[in-house]
Write a protein that binds this ligand. Structure first.
Ligand code: PPS
Length: 330
């Protein structure tokens, strides 16, 4: 894999730090090519987790990392936030951190600092308490002790139409896909996506979680982005109860205000990033697409009537037997 260094003449364009070892690919490895809006992406597949080969050394080698996460020790008071990407994970992580610290102060670090996909198990274990991990993995990749020790899990959902609009902006922003790809192209390819991927395939991810929830787990609390938008104070109050945290009305209101979209976007600049970003412009760009709009219903600006009908039909087919009702507007 190429090294990303400056030629010494021009300031280096910021690229994620490639800090992990990555063993050679062998014939035993499962390599899949995923077509996202016309950009073929080569990935290593471990179970239902995909590792993009282009950025492989940015994250630990999944062939060793996933087993080590599965076997990671957990304490009964560790909490894990589970959500499909672009569902509001940053938002819920900040709220949960404030609640558990009983203070409406922003966490000093970016939420990727506590992400199961990004961080080696021994580093995750050494984070100060209260520990709030987060992940886009399905239950099959979570630490086994989560279930033995009955750690609290927060399962956050968001309607898939807003998720996909947000996802395109994220993939383009990180140059995971060609920045010229238009929404029409992206959504039509996305509707053909069959790969069993926790990271990319919303239908697959969500089904996996619902099948798992059917088993009945009272250590899992379900929330939705739309409910949080509609009534932040009410949802934070209910969450505090589940987390068994003392939170009076003033604290809950302060958290709701501090965690509003605009305030979190402003605060993002002062956080210590997981990947050292020494280029202010790039850091601002990443903040701008991580905190893009923060609304319910932006999908209506993208889905045509025909695409919407096609998507609804696909949803009915893929989500048969799952009776959860997503909210597409408030
Ligand atoms: S990630 O990078 O996959 O973990 O993204 P994730 O944090 O899950 O989701 C990003 C979307 O959440 C919106 N967001 C918020 N909405 C409301 N309030 C707050 N405080 C907030 N913080 C983040 C963010 O803007 C992304 O959605 P879109 O629709 O792109 O704006």
């Amino acid at each position: 894999m190429e090294d990303r260094k400056s030629d010494g003449k021009n300031p280096p364009e910021w690229k994620p730090e490639l800090k992990y070892d990555f063993d050679p690919i062998t014939s035993d490895d499962d390599i899949v090519t995923v077509d996202l809006g016309g950009t073929p992406i080569q990935c290593l597949k471990i179970g239902d987790a995909l590792q993009n080969l282009r950025t492989a050394r940015m994250l630990p080698d999944y062939r060793k990392h996933i087993p080590s996460i599965r076997n990671m020790e957990m304490d009964h008071d560790d909490v894990i936030i589970c959500a499909f990407t672009k569902s509001g994970t940053h938002w819920l992580w900040e709220i949960t951190s404030m609640l558990r610290n009983e203070k409406a102060d922003y966490h000093g670090k970016e939420k990727t600092s506590a992400m199961l996909e990004f961080i080696p198990a021994e580093v995750l274990r050494s984070l100060p308490k209260p520990r709030i991990y987060n992940t886009h993995f399905t239950p099959q990749c979570l630490p086994k002790q989560v279930f033995d020790k009955r750690c609290k899990i927060l399962f956050l959902q968001r309607n898939p139409k807003d998720v996909l609009v947000s996802l395109l902006s994220f993939l383009k922003g990180h140059t995971f896909i060609d920045s010229t790809i238009q929404w029409e192209e992206f959504i039509s390819k996305y509707m053909e996506l069959e790969v069993e991927s926790s990271l990319l395939n919303w239908f697959y991810y969500t089904r996996q979680w619902f099948e798992f929830l059917k088993e009945g787990h009272d250590n899992i609390y379900c929330l939705s982005y739309e409910d949080m938008k509609e009534d932040s104070v009410g949802e934070i109050t209910k969450l505090a109860k589940f987390l068994e945290v003392e939170a009076n009305n003033d604290l809950v209101k302060d958290i709701a205000v501090k965690c509003s979209f605009q305030n979190m976007k402003k605060a993002a600049g002062s956080k210590q990033e997981t990947f050292a970003i020494n280029n202010k412009e790039v850091a601002q760009k990443i903040t701008n697409f991580t905190y893009r709009k923060g609304e319910v219903g932006d999908w209506k600006n993208y889905f045509t009537v025909a695409v919407n009908e096609q998507f609804n039909a696909l949803y009915d087919k893929k989500m048969k037997g799952i009776d959860f009702k997503y909210r597409y507007s408030l």
